[in-house]
Design a protein around this ligand. Structure first.
Ligand code: SF4
Length: 186
C-alpha cells in the first residue's frame, strides 16, 4: 500500500537521522524465532543472566515472548556499528553499546506519537538504561515504561533479522554491531 510505503520510508529516515547506521522496515513474518536462544542466555556469556529485569529469566518465558513477536505485522530494524582498536577493545565495545542504547531511547521518544495500534521495542541485551539494574538489589525496575528487553530474550534470530533487513550481522574486522527492532501494528 502506497501510504504504508511512505510511512515505512519515513520511519527508516527517522532512525537514520537519530544516528542509526542503517535502518529498514520489513514484514514481521520474515522474523524467525527459536527457543535455542534462551539456552544461550542461560550460558550467561554476557554476565547479565538473572541480573537485569529485561533479561532472562525475569523477562518472561521464551514460548510466550516468541508468541508475542508473531502477533506483529511490521518491524523497523536498525543497527549501530562501532570501530574498535582491536578485538580486545572492551572499552570501545562498551562505548558503542551505550551509543546504541541511547539511540534506542531517542527512537522510542521520536516515534512515541505515531498512531501504532501496538508496538514492542527490543534492542541489545542488558537494558543499560541504569548504570546498575535494580534487579541485583532486589528492587523494582526504575523505568518500567522505558526498559528495553533484548531481541535474544524474545528468541529473535538476529543474524537472520539482519539479512532480511538487507544488513550485515558482522561488519568487518575490529568492528562491533548492535541491532534494535521496533515491532508494530498499524
Ligand atoms: S530501566 Fe533500569 S532497572 Fe529497569 S530493567 Fe532497565 S536497567 Fe533495570
Amino acid at each position: 500500500m502506497a501510504n504504508n510505503s511512505e510511512l515505512f520510508d519515513r520511519l527508516a529516515e527517522i532512525a537514520l537521522s537519530e544516528g542509526a547506521y542503517k535502518a529498514a522496515v520489513i514484514d514481521a513474518s520474515l522474523v524467525e524465532t527459536d527457543e535455542v536462544f534462551r539456552a544461550l542466555c542461560e550460558s550467561n556469556a554476557c554476565g547479565m543472566y538473572g541480573r537485569c529485569w529485561m533479561c532472562p529469566p525475569d523477562v518472561g518465558e521464551i514460548e510466550d515472548l516468541m508468541a508475542e513477536i508473531h502477533t506483529f505485522d511490521h518491524v523497523l530494524v536498525y543497527q549501530t556499528i562501532g570501530e574498535l582498536e582491536d578485538s580486545y577493545d572492551v572499552e570501545g565495545m562498551g562505548e558503542t553499546a551505550k551509543a546504541h542504547t541511547a539511540l534506542t531511547l531517542r527512537l522510542t521518544d521520536a516515534l512515541s506519537d505515531l498512531p501504532f495500534s501496538k508496538k514492542l521495542h527490543l534492542s541489545k541485551g542488558g537494558c543499560q538504561i541504569c548504570p546498575v539494574c535494580t534487579k541485583v538489589q532486589g528492587k523494582p525496575c526504575r523505568f518500567p515504561d522505558r526498559a528495553i528487553p533484548s531481541l535474544e530474550a524474545y528468541g529473535v534470530n538476529v543474524s537472520k533479522l539482519a539479512t532480511s533487513a538487507g544488513m550485515k550481522y558482522v561488519n568487518g574486522q575490529n568492528t562491533v554491531t548492535y541491532f534494535g527492532a521496533l515491532f508494530f501494528n498499524l
